[in-house]
Design a protein around this ligand. Sequence first.
Ligand code: HPA
Length: 294
Amino acid sequence: MGVRPLVKFAQIGSLYMQTYISLAQIDAITQEIKNRIKIQPVVGIILGSGLNGLADSVHQAVHIPYSDLTDFPVSTVHGHIGRFVIGELEGRPALVMQGRIHYYEGYTMGQTTLPVRVMQRLGIQSMIVTNAAGGVHPDFAPGDVMLITDQLNLMGMSGLNPLMGPNLDEIGPRFPDMSQPYDRTYGDLARKAAAENGITLREGVYAGLSGPSFESPADLRFLRLIGADAVGMSTVPEVIVARHGNMRVLGLSGISNKANLDGSTITTHEEVIEAGKVITPKVEAIVRGILKDM
Ligand code: HPA
């Protein structure tokens, strides 16, 4: 099929925004990674804002900065280091993303989800995705961890679906089912791991918005009304691409702040990073438990 056309219309640093990523490009990046590792990762883990710490416990780690890879988007957000850490976690060969790519950084949906495509071409079939999120459910408090049971694709509803454009038939179908974005068996493993570690695990629906502005009180009341329990600026596109490629997904949100439904408090990125320090050990315990049982 050859390389699909490059659409160049804006530049972030030295990288062009590219609407559609070809399989040839994905495979070239995959090969660059393969050339630097000796193991075959079986699980991909995306670390959200303030949750970098988990990557420190990867054994025999090979570090690959995103900037080393051809045409790979780099993380521009404070709190996101921007590299792959590949090695063993709980005895499992894992590829950990220390820092993710967000749509609001100016990348296209294709670029935002390119890491998930690379995971798929590396042969990874399971993905654990974590994020920092605002708690919309009235009972949620900063420091809580929520198992994501379903998602609201608000970005997609406004036309920002990562699967728009030519379908990569070699990877998945034009119209993928989305009835179970998050794997139920993995959810059970997370509940078990949380219980074993004395961690209260919240559960709920994650609403994905593009950001980067936080929500207004009216936005948040609307989100609550439509069934959101947590809100954030990532995850949903990555999970859609993962499911398109038939990966099994586990999602965990670290609740970094309480949604401010009446406008009485403000939300800051510093608060999100700070809450990560409380959340990281909990997420780490749950992820370790899941990896053991996966
Ligand atoms: N809203 C959106 N994204 C977030 C929030 C929030 O309150 N907290 C952390 N990420």
